[in-house]
Structure formats: structure tokens, C-alpha cells
Ligand binder design. Structure first.
Ligand code: NA7
Length: 560
């Protein structure tokens, strides 16, 4: 087979692409990764802004598929900083000799299905054309940075930065007047670090976020040894919990709405002391009842009021018009306390909107702020942005971006009808961003590898009806929760004109895994292999464990 004839073309050399390559190689298949960057790491390659760090604990945010790797690698902190995660990914790529099959600095611009040959033609920005039986889009969920257009940007005489495309050499803000636009996770992580260097820091906030303290600390060797001694069981437990990490399963049977408020606060206090994303997994009704949710929301608001000295600033930092957790929850290290420093200030751009960028800085409706640097911490065109930029054409030349114009359409988040032999790792309508990404990546990569092995020289694609039912099911599950009550990137709200549809699967990581396994075990139910539809049909509701007590709460919420 020549270099331009592949079994599998993989797009992206992040956690997904690397494991996919390793797995396919072990099956004796010829696979190549095409990667736009000049190194491995995906999101951890690009997001080098100060303070970038994972919000899932290090010991769980790592591959589980090689015991020696898992035992030998040493994480230094509870939550890994970006440089350490990047070191880890490079270590994995070198340890398993993966780089020889990665084409770096090569962006895939198009993938066209050739129905006569049953192959994909993959085109790169270097003008290269490659033919592959299968394509795996390992393109990540947050890989297209969102840079809103502000009028007058070209006039600005200082420097501008985008958190999602941070310069590799780093940025020294010492003595500078810095403006940060955005208050999502990237801003919440970077603001305390930028504030340490800057002479002045002005934060422009459109929507305040809920952040839970990380209580980050160096990992002590004893804890690490304990985890490593029990790693198998811990990984198994993570796979069995709602969001793919330990502590994401609701711990209490009781509903918060049926308990005395003091008892609920006591529990939230314990979770606050523990820190991190397990906070919301306290009671089963927190994610569906606005009343229960508001207990958590008010608890967090009180903590913000305690942490921020100036009452006016504290109130501005308190999210009040959407439920806790409905936008991606943030994990912070001294974010709120940063606003207690005299040289740090907050501007509410709802009250005084940004009118334009000027030669000197940012002009709002009432003030012109002068800056040496402006940081855009404005997020991503999540889940679909990167795929939409690639010219993906399936049967009869149909474009994926056109098919998805009103929102993504997938079966299990793994494939889209009319695009045979093209897989998505953590695609829309799979648990993806609602879960520990590594757990979901491993599950998808293993499922896809097995599927490719089973299909062999054939062709697999989802049935339109199965896809439609899956999309309806994911929408139904989302509508049962409080997620739609916030404007979030989960729903595409941050990108003007993007259709509003919840883009991840909320039915739980273990339930989802069992469905995918069942589909494979039942002759790829919902798919057609070589034109023959499988006999079996997936009923997702059979896999869900619906807590009947929540139904009246949902009905009550909807009625209100
Ligand atoms: P996010 O969470 O999408 O945050 C982006 C921030 O930028 C957010 O506060 C936005 O306000 C703000 N934003 C976006 N566009 C504008 C415009 N036009 N004007 C003013 N402010 C704007 O992205 P992050 O990079 O912080 O985090 C993404 C994920 O990475 C995170 O959830 C973790 O999973 C890791 P908005 O809230 O839309 O009003």
C-alpha cells in the first residue's frame, strides 16, 4: 500500500487521534493522523494561556489502556496544569512510537466519499490527496476558537491575544494595562495569573459564571500510591458514574426539595470543602428542579459574596438568571479574590456595552479604557465548528455542514447518515463535554476500532430513522433537565446564528456505553452494513434508569 492509500485517515492528534492510531496499528491496519499543529496534544497544544489547567482530577484525566504507562507516569498536582498534560501526551506519543505516522502542520480541508471505490478522498492544505477506506474525525469538541468581531479592532495599537490560540513563547504582561473580554473557564483560570503581572487589569463581563474552588494542591506520594494500587477499580468506578469520573454519581437518595434547607446547605458545604465538579452531584433533583437548583445557586452566590470585598462587584459576579451547572461549571483558583486587588476591576458590559475597539483600547458606552494588551477569552464554536470548516461530502456529494444547518444529526454521536465509513470521536449527541473526556474518548475509540474490524472491507452507515430517533431522544433528555434554561455553548448560544440545539447526550456515561455495546452486539442495530439494515432496533429508554420521583418536578417546572 502506498503512502497515499490508507486503511484509515485520522484527523487530529489529540487524546482521541493518538489512541485511535495506536489501536488501529495493533489491528495491523495502516493509519495516518493529519494534524494542523506542529505537535501532538490537540486542545492542550493550542490552549497555552496562563493558568490553563484541567478541571477533572489528574489521576482520572489520563489514559487507562496501558497499565505500565498508568503506573509509571507521575502527576504532580490534583488538577494538572496544561504544560504537564502536554508533556504527558508527548510522552505517550514517543513511548508508543506514534509520531512516525502523524503528518504535522497539515490541515485536512476536505473529505469526499467516492461511492464507486467505497473510499474517502482526503485533501490537505498542502495540496496532497490521500485515499482511505475509513475516516475518523478526532477533531475535538472545543477546537475552533471563537473570536467575535469588534468594530475598530484593526485600529488597536497594542497587542491582542486569543486564549484558544495562545503564543507558544508565552506572554509577559509585567507592568502592562490589560483588558480581558470574557468570563468563562479560560478567563477564570487566566485572570488571577495575569493580575499578578499586570499593572492594571480590567475584566469585561457579559455573563457571570458559577465557579467552585479547585482546592488544588501538590499530590502527595501516599495518595498517588493508593490510587495506583487500586487503579483498575477506580477506572471501573469512573466508567460507572454519570459523568465518567468518581463522584459524579448522585450520592444521596433524598431529594433536596424534600429536605430541610439547613441539611442541604450542610451537604453543599462539605462538597464546597472538597472542591471541583462533584459539587452538583449532591441530590438527584439538582439538575431537573429549578427550586432544588436554586439552593445550590444561592449557596454559591453567598460564597461569592463572602469572597469578594466590594459588595457591588460581588453582586455583579453573582450569576442570577440561570441555573447552576446549566452553563459549564468552572473550577477556580483564587478567581473571586482577584477582584479584591486595587488594580483589578470589573465592567458589566450589559450595563455599558462595548461599542468598539479604539487605537488606545476598549470603548464602552460610557468610558474609553486604555490598554497595552487585550485578551479575548471568548470561547469556542463548540462541537460542530471544526467539522463545519472541513468540506465533508458524503453520498451524492451532500455536504455535512449543509445537512447540519439546523443542528447536528448523528446516530449515537458516532456517525451521520449519508456519510459512510466516517466516524466521529465524541461527536455531537454523545456524552462528550458532559463527561470526563478521556473516558468518553476511550469508549468511542474502542467501539470504532471494533466496528472497523467487524466491517472489514465493507461499508457501514446509520439508518436515517435510527438517527432521527436518536436526535429526538437526546433532545428529550435535555428538555427534562435545567440545561436549556441557560444561554450556553452546549446549545450554540455563543455563536450568532447558530441553531439552538443541545449538543451532548445527558442520559449518563454508563447507560450510553451499554447502548453502544448493545448496538454492536446486535449486528450494529440502527446501521446498515453493505446496504443491509440490521434487524434489531435500539430503544434508548430501556437503558435509562428514570427516577419516577423527578417526573412531577419536571412537569411542575414546565408548567411554571
Ligand atoms: P466560554 O466558557 O464559552 O467563555 C467565553 C466567554 O466569552 C464568556 O464569558 C462569554 O460570555 C464571553 N463572550 C463571548 N463572546 C462575547 C462577545 N461577543 N462579547 C463579550 N463577551 C463575549 O469559553 P472558555 O474558553 O472560557 O471555556 C470553554 C470550555 O473550555 C470550558 O467550559 C471548559 O470546558 C474548558 P457569555 O457567557 O456567552 O455571555
Amino acid at each position: 500500500m502506498s503512502d497515499t492509500e490508507l486503511d484509515v485517515a485520522i484527523v487530529g492528534a489529540g487524546f482521541s487521534g493518538l489512541y485511535m492510531l495506536h489501536r488501529l496499528r495493533k489491528m495491523g491496519l495502516k493509519a495516518t493522523i493529519f494534524e494542523a499543529g506542529d505537535g501532538v496534544g490537540g486542545t492542550w497544544y493550542w490552549n497555552r494561556y496562563p493558568g490553563a489547567r484541567c478541571d477533572i482530577e489528574s489521576m482520572e484525566y489520563s489514559y487507562s489502556w496501558d497499565e505500565e504507562l498508568e503506573q509509571e507516569w507521575e502527576w504532580s498536582e490534583r488538577y494538572s496544569p496544561q504544560p504537564e498534560i502536554l508533556d504527558y501526551i508527548n510522552h505517550v506519543a514517543d513511548r508508543f512510537d506514534l509520531k512516525r505516522d502523524i503528518r504535522f502542520s497539515t490541515r485536512v480541508e476536505g473529505c469526499h466519499w467516492d461511492a464507486d471505490a467505497n473510499r474517502w478522498t482526503v485533501m490537505t492544505d498542502g495540496g496532497e490527496t490521500v485515499s482511505a477506506r475509513f475516516v475518523v474525525m478526532a477533531t475535538g469538541c472545543l477546537s475552533s476558537p471563537n473570536k467575535p468581531d469588534f468594530e475598530g479592532e484593526a485600529d488597536f495599537e497594542g497587542d491582542t491575544y486569543l486564549t484558544g490560540l495562545w503564543p507558544h513563547e508565552g506572554v509577559d504582561f509585567t507592568g502592562q494595562r490589560v483588558g480581558v473580554i470574557g468570563t468563562g473557564s479560560s478567563a477564570i483560570q487566566s485572570i488571577p495569573i495575569i493580575a499578578k503581572e499586570a499593572a492594571s487589569l480590567t475584566v469585561f463581563q457579559r455573563t457571570p459564571n458559577y465557579a467552585i474552588p479547585a482546592h488544588n494542591h501538590p499530590l502527595d506520594p501516599e495518595t498517588v500510591s493508593e490510587v495506583k494500587a487500586d487503579y483498575h477499580a477506580i477506572r471501573d468506578q469512573a466508567r460507572e458514574e454519570a459523568a465518567g469520573f468518581v463522584g459524579s454519581k448522585t450520592e444521596h437518595e433524598e431529594l433536596a426539595t424534600e429536605l430541610p434547607p439547613e441539611q442541604v446547605r450542610e451537604e453543599l458545604e462539605k462538597r464546597w470543602a472538597r472542591g471541583g465538579l462533584t459539587f452538583m452531584a449532591s441530590y438527584p433533583d439538582m439538575g431537573v428542579s429549578l427550586k432544588a437548583n436554586d439552593m445550590a445557586a444561592e449557596f454559591i452566590r453567598d460564597k461569592i459574596r463572602d469572597r469578594v470585598e466590594d459588595p457591588e462587584t460581588a453582586e455583579l459576579l453573582c450569576p442570577k438568571d440561570y441555573p447552576a451547572g446549566a452553563k459549564r461549571m468552572c473550577v477556580d483558583i483564587h478567581y473571586y479574590e482577584t477582584f479584591n486587588q486595587d488594580h483589578v476591576s470589573l465592567v458589566d458590559i450589559n450595563a455599558t456595552p462595548i461599542e468598539r475597539i479604539t487605537a488606545k483600547g476598549v470603548k464602552t458606552s460610557d468610558t474609553e479604557y486604555a490598554f497595552d494588551s487585550i485578551v479575548f477569552a471568548t470561547g469556542f464554536d463548540a462541537m460542530t465548528g471544526t467539522l463545519a470548516k472541513i468540506d465533508i461530502r458524503g453520498r451524492r456529494g451532500a455536504k455535512l455542514s449543509e445537512k447540519w444547518e439546523a443542528g447536528p444529526l448523528t446516530y449515537l454521536g458516532l456517525m451521520s447518515a449519508g456519510f459512510p465509513n466516517l466516524f466521529l470521536v465524541t461527536g455531537p449527541q454523545s456524552p462528550s463535554v458532559i463527561s470526563n473526556m478521556i473516558v468518553s474518548i476511550e469508549q468511542h475509540v474502542e467501539w470504532i476500532a471494533d466496528c472497523i474490524g467487524a466491517v472489514g472491507a465493507g461499508v457501514i452507515e446509520p439508518l436515517e430513522q435510527a438517527e432521527q430517533e436518536w436526535v429526538e431522544h437526546t433532545n428529550l433528555i435535555a428538555s427534562m433537565t435545567v440545561y436549556p434554561y441557560a444561554k450556553s455553548w452546549y446549545l450554540g448560544d455563543n455563536i450568532p446564528g447558530k441553531p439552538r440545539i443541545f449538543m451532548a447526550y445527558l442520559g449518563g456515561v454508563p447507560q450510553y456505553r451499554r447502548m453502544c455495546d448493545w448496538v454492536a452486539e446486535n449486528g450494529y442495530a440502527g446501521f446498515a452494513v453493505d446496504g443491509s439494515p440490521a434487524n434489531a432496533k435500539l430503544d434508548p429508554m430501556e437503558f435509562l434508569e428514570v427516577d419516577e420521583r423527578l417526573l412531577p418536578l419536571i412537569a411542575e417546572r414546565e408548567a411554571a
